[in-house]
Ligand binder design. Structure first.
Ligand code: URA
Length: 241
């Protein structure tokens, strides 16, 4: 494997930053200063950055979790609340959620130890689609929907939703189901958008992330991504596998 790719895979930095580290003369392979990112290396080579040994590449793990409400999507919580990491049996891999869902939001959440892929999936440049099913209070009319499509002004959000659809109306309960597709990942974005059109969220579910949905996974269950799904994610964010 090429040295820059190896460093990125080992979690040292992004591939581009690894190239810079090499050109800055901070990387040594078998005690010889490396000067080329494309230098071929293997697990048996001794590789150091700033004198510190880079430990081997962890096996990559890619998980799709159907997050239940009540779990927070950070790796650790200072208040001792249950985290999504506790829902998966990841053996020794240090998994991180790709982006965040609020504690009371359910639905698709990817977990991985592939930092480079995770960073790109979250980066606004790649505009990865996140589809939300948002049960809202009240029955949004044409004006409210128009406003939502145009993207009402909310703190932190810049882009209007990529798509908005009214899927269901329940006049008896006075609630409606909206499908909202976002390409940004701002904090509490769906809740802010819905509140801004006068229809606060009652219940929020992330239906899909980057085209991957929960299928028939029950809330609280997860599955490992298939090889073709991982390849698809790599291609989506311009990475070679
Ligand atoms: N938007 C929200 O408001 N909450 C989420 O959990 C995700 C998107």
């Amino acid at each position: 494997m090429r040295l820059a790719k190896y460093l990125a895979r080992a979690g040292v930095s992004s591939r581009r930053r690894a190239e810079e580290l090499i050109f800055e003369g901070r990387v040594y392979v078998n005690d010889v200063q490396a000067d080329q990112p494309q230098l071929q290396v293997t697990e048996t080579d001794k590789i150091t950055v700033d004198g510190k040994i880079v430990s081997g590449i962890e096996d990559k793990v890619y998980i799709l979790l159907n997050k239940p409400p009540g779990y927070i999507s950070t790796a650790k919580d200072t208040h001792g609340r249950p985290t999504v990491i506790e829902l998966v049996n990841s053996r020794d891999a240090r998994l991180y959620p790709v982006g965040r869902l609020d504690a009371d939001t359910s639905g698709v959440l990817l977990l991985t130890n592939d930092g480079e892929l995770a960073n790109r999936l979250m980066h606004p440049r790649y505009a990865v689609e996140k589809v939300y099913h948002s049960w809202v209070y009240g029955l949004p009319g044409p004006e409210a929907l128009k406003k939502l499509k145009k993207g009402p002004l909310i703190e932190g959000g810049k882009k209007p939703p990529a798509r908005v659809e009214l899927l269901e109306k329940d006049p008896q309960k006075n609630i409606a189901l909206l499908e909202i597709t976002l390409t940004e990942g701002k904090k509490r974005q769906v809740k802010k958008l819905c509140r801004a059109i006068g229809h606060p969220v009652k219940k929020l579910i992330r239906y899909s992330f980057a085209g991957l949905d929960a299928g028939n996974l029950k809330e609280g269950s997860y599955r490992h991504l298939q090889k073709d799904e991982i390849e698809y994610l790599y291609t989506l964010v311009g990475l070679e596998n």
